[in-house]
Design a protein around this ligand. Structure first.
Ligand SMILES: [Zn+2]
Length: 214
C-alpha cells in the first residue's frame, strides 16, 4: 500500500490516493478535477478506484465530488454529521476497507461536526483531515459548526494513537517526529483556549516553530 498526494494550488487542500488492493481517493479538493482525472489512472493503471471518501464537508475538500464520482463510476461517502454539505453522498461506515489495508473511521468532530480521521493500526498511518496539521497547528474552531470542546476531545484521542505517518488535510505529510507534532497541536489548543484568536494562534505556532521545523 502506498499513499500519493495532490495539493490544490488555490485552496491548499490535499487530495490523497490510497494505492492498495482496493484503491480509495480521500477528498477531492476544490479545483483539481481535470488533474485527478488523469492522475488516478496514471498511478493505478488497469486497477479501478473503489470509492471516494471525505474527511469532512468543507468546500475546499468536497468540491467536484459528484463529477469525479460519476467519472470514476464509484460511490462516495461522508460522515452523517456533514451530510448536509454533500447530500448526494452515502454515509461512511466504521471501517474503510482497502483490501491489504484496513482503516478505522474515527469520528473527530470539532473543526466540523462530521470530521473523521482514517487510521491504519498495523501500519500506524493517520489521515486526519483538518483536525491536526503539522507544526502544532489545528483546524480552526471558529467556523459555523465548529466546537472547541469537541476539537479538544478529538485531538486528545488522536494523541493516544501510535502514529508514524500523518497525512493532514493541508500542509505536507509528516513521517518523522509525528508524536512531537501531535502533542504540540494539543498544546496549541490549551494555550489559545476556547475563544479562537488569530494573533494568539499565530504567536503560538511561531513559538513552536523552532522545535517543529517542517
Ligand atoms: Zn475544513
Amino acid at each position: 500500500m502506498k499513499i500519493h498526494r495532490l495539493n490544490d494550488p488555490i485552496y491548499t487542500s490535499n487530495v490523497y490516493l490510497i494505492e492498495a488492493e482496493r484503491p480509495v481517493l480521500v477528498d477531492t479538493g476544490g479545483t483539481l478535477k481535470d488533474q485527478i482525472q488523469s492522475w488516478v489512472p496514471q498511478i493505478l493503471g488497469k486497477r479501478k478506484l473503489s470509492q471516494i471518501v471525505f474527511t469532512h464537508g468543507h468546500l475546499d475538500h468536497i468540491q467536484e465530488a459528484e463529477e469525479l464520482a460519476k467519472l470514476f463510476e464509484v460511490p462516495f461517502f461522508i460522515h452523517k454529521d456533514d451530510l448536509e454539505n454533500l447530500p448526494a453522498a452515502a454515509v461512511l461506515s466504521t471501517i474503510l476497507d482497502c483490501g491489504d489495508a484496513q482503516f478505522e473511521v474515527i469520528h473527530t468532530p470539532g473543526h466540523s461536526p462530521g470530521g473523521v480521521s482514517f487510521y491504519e493500526r498495523v501500519k500506524k498511518i493517520l489521515i486526519c483531515g483538518d483536525t491536526i496539521f503539522p507544526g502544532g497547528r489545528v483546524g480552526r474552531w471558529d467556523l459555523p459548526g465548529s466546537n472547541y470542546a469537541d476539537l479538544l476531545n478529538s485531538v486528545t484521542r488522536l494523541n493516544q494513537l501510535q502514529v508514524s505517518e500523518l497525512y493532514p488535510g493541508h500542509y505536507p505529510p509528516l513521517t518523522t517526529r509525528v508524536r512531537t507534532h501531535l502533542m504540540a497541536s494539543l498544546d496549541t489548543l490549551y494555550v489559545v483556549g476556547a475563544l479562537f484568536d488569530d494573533a494568539k494562534y499565530d504567536a503560538r505556532i511561531e513559538a513552536q516553530a523552532a522545535k517543529l521545523t517542517l
